[in-house]
Design a protein around this ligand. Structure first.
Ligand code: HEC
Ligand code: HEC
Ligand code: HEC
Ligand code: HEC
Ligand code: HEC
Ligand code: HEC
Ligand code: HEC
Ligand code: HEC
Ligand code: HEC
Ligand code: HEC
Length: 313
């Protein structure tokens, strides 16, 4: 993880020292004697229908929109004259996997908006190139989720669990929460805390609350698995187990006194309403049955021990 984060800076530093160590996108095809001949010329030999470029935005942009750069087929594939002269596939940029020119060619025009962070992003460092996800010559753009499944089968499998965000139903996509081009932690689609991503869609949970619940303020994923869970509400564990990771049983939910017929309430021994069955009852308790405002409340709870902080409306 450390290396992943520092690598881009090392590369950046190295580039400063060497005065630009990056290969130019044009290094892969000879420029001498080469020339741009325009997209029409390509279609003499390449079937337009097979390339599915008719409705692609890249065939509709004008040079002035991209600061005078070459547009059309040659905007990506480079000058085509030498290739056409000999019909030589070696003389044209093919974006074959592993060549490594893909990103540079696309970034000539796309180093804008979020994409300027690309070179510091996890995918870029892992050498996942633009064309791995954005297939240019396809009739239909593959759905973002389909582009991810090849490399993240575990995550996509979690979406099949009973409780899940409606990604497989097509109402959301991986891109609802992730911007894979950015360099933030987990590529989350927020510049702020993780919870702020969740609040963009779950406003009702957002405080500020008079009576807060500490783990909610800290990180939703303490209790929720964003990709899917066997437990309702995307919870990482069932109640009361979930709550008992941090809290003790208390008077309504089990006994913890030496005497089976007594319970400990605020340090005092009192009669145990459930008797020796208290512990069994406790394990079938839904704590949120009473503490229903689990994410926070503005209404003080009415009994004494927790000074109104009971998260019971
Ligand atoms: C005179 C015919 C002809 C013209 C015109 C032509 N090509 Fe080709 N092209 C070929 C042939 C033949 C191949 C190799 C066989 C194949 O892959 O279909 C090829 C292959 C390619 C490849 C694949 C290279 C590889 O390594 O697999 C690309 C990309 C390509 N052409 C792009 C272009 C572009 C862009 C233009 C216009 C600038 C263009 N071609 C114009 C004949 C032509
Ligand atoms: C936005 C960039 C872009 C533009 C514009 C573009 N291509 Fe491509 N082309 C690619 C990429 C990337 C690949 C590698 C395979 C893929 O992702 O589909 C490719 C692959 C190819 C191939 C080889 C593989 C195949 O599908 O046959 C040919 C031939 C080709 N392009 C021709 C053309 C021609 C002709 C045009 C113009 C009509 C064109 N391309 C416009 C990016 C582009
Ligand atoms: C000549 C400049 C240029 C090059 C080179 C280029 N693009 Fe684009 N691309 C554009 C412009 C302009 C748009 C439309 C405005 C926008 O969405 O930013 C666009 C749009 C896109 C879109 C959004 C498509 C949509 O339907 O909204 C994707 C994805 C994309 N480009 C990917 C790529 C990839 C991948 C490459 C490299 C294989 C590439 N581009 C190369 C200029 C370029
Ligand atoms: C790991 C997969 C992946 C890679 C690699 C990737 N993209 Fe994307 N890209 C996506 C997804 C997913 C979307 C969002 C689609 C949506 O919102 O439905 C997207 C959207 C875009 C868009 C349109 C929206 C925007 O943010 O402007 C552009 C342009 C784009 N990508 C360009 C690129 C370029 C250029 C590269 C390489 C530098 C690249 N992408 C690499 C998956 C990827
Ligand atoms: C070609 C393989 C490949 C594809 C396709 C791909 N990824 Fe990844 N992704 C990786 C690798 C490798 C890593 C780094 C190792 C890891 O965390 O699994 C990664 C990491 C991530 C991370 C964690 C980033 C971080 O900084 O910790 C997220 C989020 C992610 N990918 C989302 C996506 C989404 C969403 C898509 C589809 C749009 C996608 N990926 C497509 C290979 C891929
Ligand atoms: C509801 C929002 C949301 C959606 C939708 C979503 N993710 Fe995530 N993803 C997250 C959050 C939040 C994290 C950080 C995990 C954590 O905090 O432990 C994450 C982490 C990841 C990671 C890195 C850590 C890990 O768990 O492996 C990958 C890879 C990833 N997501 C891929 C995907 C893919 C692929 C999809 C689509 C199939 C997707 N995500 C859909 C919110 C989401
Ligand atoms: C892009 C919008 C969006 C974002 C961002 C988002 N969610 Fe959701 N969430 C939804 C939708 C839509 C549902 C399904 C609501 C329904 O079925 O009624 C949902 C449902 C849920 C559920 C209830 C699941 C169930 O089984 O009923 C939980 C818990 C949840 N989200 C937590 C989170 C957390 C935690 C995050 C942040 C990591 C997050 N959400 C981010 C849209 C979003
Ligand atoms: C202490 C554990 C815990 C934390 C932390 C937590 N939640 Fe929850 N959340 C729960 C429990 C328990 C439920 C089920 C409530 C019920 O059954 O009444 C739930 C239910 C939900 C639901 C679905 C029901 C509803 O109220 O709409 C959403 C959405 C949700 N949580 C979002 C979030 C978000 C967003 C965060 C982070 C800001 C978060 N949760 C943090 C425990 C937690
Ligand atoms: C990750 C640990 C953690 C988990 C899991 C957790 N809590 Fe908490 N909870 C806390 C902390 C820390 C406080 C604040 C305690 C304090 O301020 O003394 C708190 C406070 C409370 C309070 C308010 C009482 C007070 O004294 O402030 C209630 C009620 C509560 N939690 C119920 C629950 C329930 C019900 C669950 C399960 C759905 C749960 N908690 C899960 C850590 C957790
Ligand atoms: C029958 C209802 C009920 C159930 C079920 C219940 N509680 Fe409580 N809980 C209360 C009441 C009432 C208070 C006192 C609230 C106050 O002081 O305002 C309380 C107080 C608390 C407190 C504050 C600390 C204290 O002892 O004063 C915590 C923490 C807590 N409960 C956690 C839990 C957990 C964890 C569960 C599940 C194992 C649970 N509760 C189940 C009703 C319940």
């Amino acid at each position: 993880m450390k290396l992943r984060r520092t690598l881009p800076f090392l590369v950046f530093a190295a580039a400063l020292v060497t005065g630009g160590a990056f290969a130019s996108p044009t290094d892969d095809i000879p420029m001498a004697g080469n020339a741009y001949l325009g997209s029409e010329a390509c279609l003499d030999c390449h079937e337009s229908a097979e390339l599915h470029m008719d409705f692609n935005v890249h065939m509709r942009i004008e040079s002035f929109e991209v600061q005078g750069r070459e547009v059309g087929c040659e905007g990506c594939h480079g000058p085509g004259k030498l290739h056409m002269d000999e019909s030589d596939p070696e003389m044209i940029r093919s974006f074959a996997a592993g060549e490594g020119y893909g990103d540079q060619v696309c970034m000539e025009c796309h180093a804008t908006k979020n994409l300027y962070e690309w070179s510091a992003s996890t995918h870029s460092i892992e050498q996942v190139e633009c064309q791995t996800c954005h297939v240019m010559h396809k009739a239909d753009t593959p759905s973002p989720t389909r582009a991810c499944v090849a490399c993240h089968p575990d995550t996509v499998a979690q979406m099949q669990l009973p409780s899940h965000h409606p990604v497989r139903e097509g109402k959301m996509s991986c891109a609802s929460c992730h911007d894979v081009h950015n360099s933030r932690e987990f590529n989350l689609k927020t510049r702020m805390r993780k919870a702020d991503l969740c609040y963009t869609c779950h406003q009702s949970i957002e405080g500020p609350w008079v009576f807060e619940h500490a783990p909610v303020e800290e990180d939703c994923s303490i209790c929720h698995a964003p990709h899917g869970s066997v437990v309702n509400n995307l919870l990482v564990a069932n109640e009361p187990t979930l709550c008992l990771q941090c809290h003790d049983f208390h008077f309504h939910a089990g006994y913890k006194s030496a005497e089976a017929d007594e319970v400990d309430v605020g340090g005092f021994e009192r009669e145990n309403p459930f008797g020796p069955q208290g512990m069994n009852i406790a394990f079938t308790t839904s704590c949120t049955g009473c503490h229903s405002h689990i994410h926070g409340s503005d209404t003080p709870s009415q009994t004494t021990p927790s000074s109104g902080r009971g998260l019971i409306p």
